[in-house]
Design a binder for this molecule. Structure first.
Ligand code: KIV
Length: 271
């Protein structure tokens, strides 16, 4: 039997056990009840309430505008739809970088008001105080290194990170520091596959990649991207498992023409 099937509820410990047993971890984003229900029933291990909700749900260009109240709203909707998966909630930009006290109160609000199971923060040693304080309060923390979209104005572009040796070395040091602090898992976004494998091999905690190749312990994608709901976003790492934009377009235009041509509703669809 796979480890996957053994866990009725996925916990942070279950994920670590999956790494030990060599079973890959599947993670997808969700931002609302209905999608969370579908994703959980299909067997995903981790549901990430990503701050990519800022792009996907609200249409912002970056993840920076989304607020703590917005994230709590999305996360509480997701939690109501999930039975098995671990629900991880992104801490939004500006709610944890200032000081560790503010970081803890933001994380406590997420846990209390949404019912999520863990939080994710972007960054390494520069936010270690915040991470340690949140962990001391008993809140599990997932790290996130590499391309960290909350720092997009520092990076200037969404291209692959840590191609240069100095940045790669810093990333490895950050990853080790996050594990030492007590993070239960780490996301690596858009870095060379060889570096991601090196990090995964060096850590006991699971490393989940997006645009980080095969050598890690699991994969994450943004749900709406992998369902093909947005054909304007075409990074190399993205595999589309459906073309829902076409499905939705065809269904809606069919409905519109049925309404205009008095084909809907029929007598059988009326009272
Ligand atoms: O916000 C998000 O969706 C994320 C994933 C891309 C890892 O952080």
């Amino acid at each position: 039997m796979s480890v996957h099937a053994e866990f009725k509820k996925v916990t942070t410990h279950a994920l670590q056990e999956m790494k030990r047993q060599g079973e890959k971890i599947s993670m997808l984003t969700a931002y609302d009840y209905t999608m969370a229900l579908l994703v959980d029933r299909a067997g995903v291990d981790v549901v990430l309430v990503g701050d990519s909700a800022s792009n996907v749900m609200a249409g912002h260009e970056t993840t920076l505008p989304i607020t703590l109240d917005h994230m709590i709203y999305h996360a509480s909707s997701v939690v109501r739809g999930v039975d098995r998966a671990l629900v991880v909630v992104d801490m939004p930009f500006g709610t944890y970088q200032g000081n560790s006290k503010e970081a803890l109160s933001s994380a406590v609000r997420i846990m209390k008001e949404s019912g999520g199971h863990a939080v994710k923060l972007e960054g390494g040693q520069e936010i270690i105080d915040s991470i340690e304080r949140i962990l001391r309060a008993g809140i599990p923390v997932m790290g996130h290194l590499g391309l960290t979209p909350q720092s997009i104005y520092k990076f200037g572009t969404y291209t692959v990170r840590a191609k240069e040796e100095a940045e790669a070395e810093k990333l490895i040091e950050d990853a080790l520091a996050l594990e030492k602090a007590g993070c239960f898992a780490l996301v690596l976004e858009k870095i060379p596959a060889s570096l991601a494998k090196k990090v995964s091999d060096a850590l006991a905690i699971p490393v989940i990649g997006i645009g980080a190749g095969q050598g890690v312990d699991g994969q994450v994608l943004v749900l709406h991207d992998m369902l093909g709901m947005n054909h304007n976003f075409n990074p190399r790492f993205l595999r589309r498992y459906a073309n829902l934009d076409t499905v939705i377009h065809d269904a809606v235009s069919h409905y519109v023409s049925d309404v205009k041509e008095l084909k809907f509703p029929t007598d059988q669809e009326s009272y």
